[in-house]
Design a protein around this ligand. Structure first.
Ligand SMILES: C[S@@+](CC[C@H](N)C(=O)[O-])C[C@H]1O[C@@H](n2cnc3c(N)ncnc32)[C@H](O)[C@@H]1O
Length: 391
């Protein structure tokens, strides 16, 4: 029996209360910032007064001061009515989840003899909405974290388009990593970034952190070792109109971060500044054209939970303090916590790699992956002792 309660997700959002006759004008102004989920209306009644309505805002709006919405829009709203913001939670259940045109299955051993029959029924009963039925084969062991699928019914086309966080992502399931269950984590982390900040994503995949961060007005240096991921990352930057704010790299994460932090000699620095100015004529005003990662980065994302901790040592002696401006970066390192692991053991592994004490680490539980295996995000400010101090 399918336990549909397992599909329930509670979204913690904000809503604006307003006189009902102003709903049309306000929703025109808030276009792109209202809740946008299938089978869920963004405007609801106020149970305490027939004269009012609530407009539920999307996950993009993370702050009750509405700073994620352009200030001109808020000024226009304030001319119409007194803007009051309330926390608003929405529970999405089984019926709210849509599907792309590919049906994924993870058939257990007991049912494997019937896999073709199961696939045929799913295909016949859902065509043309479902055009391909696939089954995951084996465990993910390759370094690009791409699962292997066998096509059981329909056309052997694994390319699809997915919407997440108001952005569109193109991908080929057979070539790149994608996990829809991380949507909330992508939103949670990006909500901590501010317009104009510089972000490095060492294991970017096709860009579920990168594209929303760039849409927010951040400059993002994004890397992945899988050339197909980088190909889709570039396509996704283009279709979401953030090409100028995303710089892509295709190399090992260790080499990527080391290369970004090299302080150029005078000649290379002058030459690269000219190239940047030439290429970035259309860059968003909020992103500094002359951003130099060896001088400042705000956040580094490391989402390769099976081994990201083993890359932490690449930060030891990475930053030359005399060239760095402002505070040191936040590192967001994903990891798995198994039965024998504790927060202390994970922290101690990160500290040994850095050869420095980490102050005020933050552990966030992302999701339970299997019994006794949870995915966590460990966030911390890079310690000063991990940097190079020179005269
Ligand atoms: C778990 S996925 C995360 C992708 C994306 N950030 C997300 O949240 O969906 C990890 C990514 O790291 C890439 N990868 C694996 N080893 C790498 C390495 N040594 N250097 C850079 N990227 C690597 C894989 O190709 C994969 O796209």
């Amino acid at each position: 029996m399918l336990d549909t309660s397992k599909f329930q997700v509670e979204l913690k959002l904000f809503a604006i209360r307003l006189p009902r006759e102003l709903c049309k004008a306000a929703s025109d102004l808030l276009h792109g910032y209202m809740l946008d989920k299938p089978r869920t209306k963004p405007i609801t009644k106020d149970p305490t007064s027939e004269k009012n309505r609530y407009i539920i805002l999307s996950e993009k709006v993370q702050d009750p001061d509405l700073s994620d919405i352009p200030s001109e829009k808020i000024d226009e709203l304030k001319k119409l009515f007194k803007v009051e913001v309330f926390p608003y939670s929405v529970t999405l259940g089984y019926s709210h989840w849509g599907a792309g045109h590919i049906a994924h299955m993870n058939i257990n051993d007991e049912l494997l003899p019937y896999k073709d029959v199961i696939a045929k029924v799913i295909y016949d009963k859902n065509y043309p909405k479902i055009q391909t039925v696939v089954n995951k084969v084996g465990c993910i062991t390759n370094e690009f974290r791409v699962p292997k699928f066998e096509v059981l019914a329909g056309k052997a086309d694994m390319t699809t388009e997915i919407k997440q966080f108001g952005a569109t992502f193109k991908l080929d399931y057979g070539l790149v990593y994608w996990n829809s269950r991380l949507e909330h984590e992508h939103i949670r982390l990006v909500s901590q970034f501010k317009e104009g900040e510089t972000i490095c994503d060492m294991f970017a995949g096709i860009g579920p952190f990168v594209i929303p961060a760039a849409k927010k007005g951040c400059l993002v240096y994004a890397n992945d070792l899988n050339p197909y991921s980088v190909r889709y990352l570039r396509i996704n930057a283009k279709i979401n109109n953030v090409e100028d704010c995303v710089k892509t790299y295709n190399m090992d994460a260790r080499k990527f971060i080391a290369q970004l932090m090299v302080v150029p000699t005078c000649e290379t620095q002058c030459a690269s500044t000219e190239v940047r100015k030439g290429k970035n004529m259309r860059i968003k005003a909020s992103v500094s054209v002359d951003t130099k990662p060896w001088e400042h980065v705000d956040h580094v994302i490391m989402n390769l939970p099976a081994s990201a901790l083993q890359f932490i040592d690449s930060f030891r002696g990475l930053i030359r303090r005399k060239f760095w401006k402002g505070s040191l970066p936040w590192i967001h390192c994903y990891c798995f916590m198994k039965l024998t692991d504790t927060r202390e053991s994970i922290l101690s592994e990160a500290e040994s790699a850095l050869k420095a004490r980490i102050q005020d680490p933050v552990f966030h539980m992302v999701r339970s992956v299997a019994p006794h295996k949870d995915m966590y995000c460990l966030s911390f400010k890079l310690p000063e002792e991990a940097c190079i101090w020179e005269e």
